[in-house]
Write a protein that binds this ligand. Structure first.
Ligand SMILES: Cc1cc2nc3c(=O)[nH]c(=O)nc-3n(C[C@H](O)[C@H](O)[C@H](O)COP(=O)(O)O)c2cc1C
Length: 207
């Protein structure tokens, strides 16, 4: 059984291209024998990490207040979903040259010292090795190839750097570019992403 975690972060919800292409990718990599967990991030369901939550993580389980227990339960669930996943599909639109704040808030829960990374004598060591990540990176403009805006892409290098720090190096990007141009250019961007998704092959799973 393959475990797939599907995370999206566009404020357009189900209308987002990053979510629509992501869903096609999930169907492709999951096949019929997958357990898929979906987490569609919105400002209402992924609170910023707070001092209270950070503090609660340091309190022994039997000493926590009900509020602290709920905060730790939420924070742990976010990490458990990531730890359980073999494949993670992330819908990540480019917002102001980087990622949506909801996705950043999700990242803030995932990077936890002593759990998803550890400080060793040789420096920090990621603990999430062996996972495969696909990122559907949608953009209004163009940031690939010879685009003059290439240097403004703080989305892809940041996402790669973040997961690399946690030990995940198999991070694959599918770009959906030109979405703010509209018309044919936008349709072409989606078609190119769909073609890329169709080419993805993962080993078949036993029933
Ligand atoms: C708040 C916000 C900020 C954006 N910033 C950028 C940007 O910096 N560069 C860019 O190319 N497009 C930017 N866009 C456009 C989106 O990246 C583009 O529309 C993308 O297709 C949205 O993907 P989605 O359909 O998956 O939501 C921005 C859109 C929003 C809503």
């Amino acid at each position: 059984m393959r475990n797939v975690l599907f995370v999206t972060s566009s404020l357009l919800g189900e209308n987002a291209k990053s979510r629509q292409v992501g869903a096609e990718l999930v169907a492709r990599v999951g096949g019929t024998h997958a357990r898929v967990v979906e987490r569609h991030l919105t400002p209402d369901n992924i609170p910023h990490l707070t001092l209270e939550t950070l503090g609660a993580l340091g309190v022994a389980a039997d000493q926590r207040s009900p509020v602290q227990s709920a905060a730790v339960q939420f924070a742990d669930q976010i990490i458990e979903e990531v730890e359980a996943a073999d494949v993670i599909v992330i819908g990540a639109p480019m917002y102001n040259f980087s990622i949506p704040s909801t996705l950043k808030a999700w990242f803030d829960y995932i990077a936890r010292a002593g759990r998803t990374f550890k400080y060793t004598a040789n420096g920090p060591e990621g603990q999430l090795k062996g996972k495969k990540i696909y990122v559907i990176a949608s953009r209004g403009g163009y940031y690939t190839g010879e685009s003059p805006a290439r240097g403004m892409d703080f989305q892809e290098p940041y996402i790669r750097g973040f997961w690399g720090f946690l030990g995940v190096t198999d991070v694959n990007f599918i770009h959906v570019e030109g979405q703010a141009i509209g018309g044919e250019a936008a349709a072409k961007g989606v078609a190119a992403a769909r073609t890329a998704v169709e080419k993805i092959e993962l080993p078949a799973l036993a029933a």
